[in-house]
Design a protein around this ligand. Structure first.
Ligand SMILES: [Zn+2]
Length: 548
């Protein structure tokens, strides 16, 4: 078995590894995603594949983010007809994401291709259960806590009569067991050790402040922004948000803030104006308590963060689950108990449907006047498409408006150019040169171009931490070292991908420093090798353990 690390190397989008076992006559990919707002984007997204898609046996898809699934329709159009192995949840959210992407003029595939993608869930969706995918290869999945549906894959193949294994981390999210801090999804599971592991390193150089990993501290920061934007300024708070995981976490946090202070926010309605996020909410509501049979330790486990009832101060799992589902599915209280410790607000509205429906047009028109307090969660998170573009056109020039970025935004995206204003005092904005430019395309139709002088931007621009779905350095170390330094680690030979040069070097240094402190009972240091692939054309022979 040999592997080429096609991407991302020194980038964070466009995930794809290509594996070939000539002896077994098998080849496959792990993820096949689009590159987003990074150098080389056009060549990666539209150029020829370095492999023959019709010769691939299958694809392993770690999770439903576009930078991991986005090029799969192009694979199918180029002749790939094998299964795409992933969880049920990843399959459903990926379909929704692709249907949304296909509506746009610059879509690189036809909508008719989407039903031709053959999603197959290994082991019925159970974690850590081997599933035979043919030609002597078996795969297992482990939840990563990054999004609903997100897993790591451990692949086993035969080499000279022995089993060899490689684990692909996918994107690693929430902290280890007992230290979860995001609202919805549970901790990352610890994969069984393998010979090799391909590990993401997006935040390999970052250590988050402990307050970013704390339910109450995160809620306090969000409450402060909501109060400033809606109660003090009486304006609209626009939160550009990714449709998978970020939108659900924000919506849930807002519902908790409202439930704790029902009277305070009586005049501040909340709108989720992002059709794709609303569809994905439904998948979350349906699937969040689906139980998988196995977790190391013996407990049944699904996707749900089991620390949530403790945090909310209610002991009942069922009550919290009912409330969470209510927020995600309709934004209405479902429970019949009057004495619920947590009440869910009636004022969360999800806007599902066409832009042309009159009630939505009226609602949006009223919001865009910007003179009444409201919270609008809308997409896209980077402000590169979606309904946020219309809100920005109307609301950026108004002083009452607040735009809140709940996480990373690429500097190359419109969101990144707007975020620069967070550090520009109002009195300096009047003398700014240049323009912000973007196209507004409601429902993917041809729209119009907005040219806004930078000096016209009067809105308050804020950012807030604590919503990243990515592990930081200490979380990545916990994953690599399998939580608490129990030997052995996830694999004795690691490949760091999916991160900038700085992130990958920092993570390598941290891993080797921690490994040097570990020794077995006889005092021997555990062997460890960490590689940072730099050349996407170069093969590594996993059977021989060397670069070709
Ligand atoms: Zn991701």
């Amino acid at each position: 078995m040999k592997i080429r690390f096609l991407g991302p190397l020194d980038r964070v989008t466009g995930s794809c590894s290509w594996l070939v076992d000539e002896a077994a006559g098998v080849q496959f990919l792990v993820d096949c995603g689009t590159m987003q707002s990074e150098p080389g984007e056009r060549e990666w997204n539209s150029g020829a594949f370095p492999f023959d898609p019709s010769a691939l046996d299958f694809v392993l898809l770690t999770h439903p983010h576009q930078d991991h699934y986005g090029l799969i329709p192009r694979l199918v159009e180029a002749g790939f007809s094998g299964p795409v192995y992933c969880t049920h949840e990843t399959a459903e959210i990926t379909r929704i994401g692709l249907e949304d992407a296909a509506r746009f003029r610059d879509a690189r595939f036809s909508e008719e291709t989407i039903p031709r993608i053959r999603f197959v869930t290994p082991s019925g969706g159970k974690f850590n259960e081997p599933h035979d995918v043919g030609k002597g290869i078996a795969v297992r999945m482990y939840r990563t806590g990054h999004t609903l549906g997100a897993v790591s894959f451990r692949v086993r193949w035969e080499c000279g009569g022995q089993g060899k294994t490689v684990t692909f981390s996918g994107d690693i999210g929430s902290a280890p067991a007992g230290r979860e801090h995001m609202p919805i999804i549970g901790h990352s599971l610890v994969p069984t050790p393998a010979h090799f592991a391909v590990v993401e390193s997006t935040y390999g150089d970052a250590t988050r402040d402990p307050s970013e990993k704390d339910f109450e501290a995160r809620l306090e920061r969000l409450t402060a922004v909501i109060d400033r934007a809606t109660l003090e300024r009486s304006g609209v708070l626009v939160i550009p948000s990714f449709a998978t995981e970020r939108a659900q976490n924000l919506l849930y946090d807002i519902s908790v803030i409202y439930a704790r202070n029902p009277k305070k926010y009586l005049d501040v309605p909340v709108y989720l104006d992002a059709p794709m996020a609303s569809k994905i909410n439904k998948v979350y509501a349906q699937r969040i308590d689906s139980h998988h049979a196995y977790e190391p330790g013996g407990d049944a486990c699904g996707w749900f963060n089991r620390r949530l009832p403790d945090w909310l101060g209610t002991g009942s799992f069922d009550e919290v689950m009912a409330g969470l589902k209510a927020v995600l599915s309709r934004g209405r209280k479902h429970s019949n108990h009057d004495d619920d410790p947590v009440e869910y607000p009636e004022r969360i509205h999800q806007v599902i449907g066409s832009d042309n429906e009159e009630s939505f047009r009226n609602m949006r028109h009223a919001l865009m006047q910007g003179d009444r307090p409201a919270i609008v969660l809308t997409s896209s998170g980077m402000c590169e498409g979606g309904r946020v573009l219309s809100y920005l056109e109307r609301l950026l020039p108004l002083e009452k408006t607040t735009i809140l970025f709940p996480g990373y935004v690429s500097r190359r995206a419109l969101g990144g150019r707007i975020l620069e204003f967070a550090d520009i005092p109002f009195e300096e904005r009047r003398s700014l040169d240049g323009e912000l430019e973007w196209d507004v395309q409601p429902n993917g139709s041809c729209g119009h171009r907005v040219r806004m002088p930078r000096r016209a931007v009067k809105a308050h621009i804020e950012r807030i931490g604590g919503y990243s779905g990515h592990a930081d350095q200490s979380d990545l170390l916990d994953w690599v070292f399998r939580r608490d330094d129990l030997m052995p680690l996830v694999a004795p030979h690691l490949f760091l991908v999916h991160g900038s040069t700085g992130s990958r070097h920092a993570l390598r240094d941290a891993i080797t420093a921690r490994a040097a402190t570990r020794h077995d009972a006889a005092g021997n240091i555990e062997p460890l090798r960490v590689d940072l692939p730099t050349d996407p054309d170069r093969w590594f022979d996993l059977d021989q353990g060397e670069w070709e």
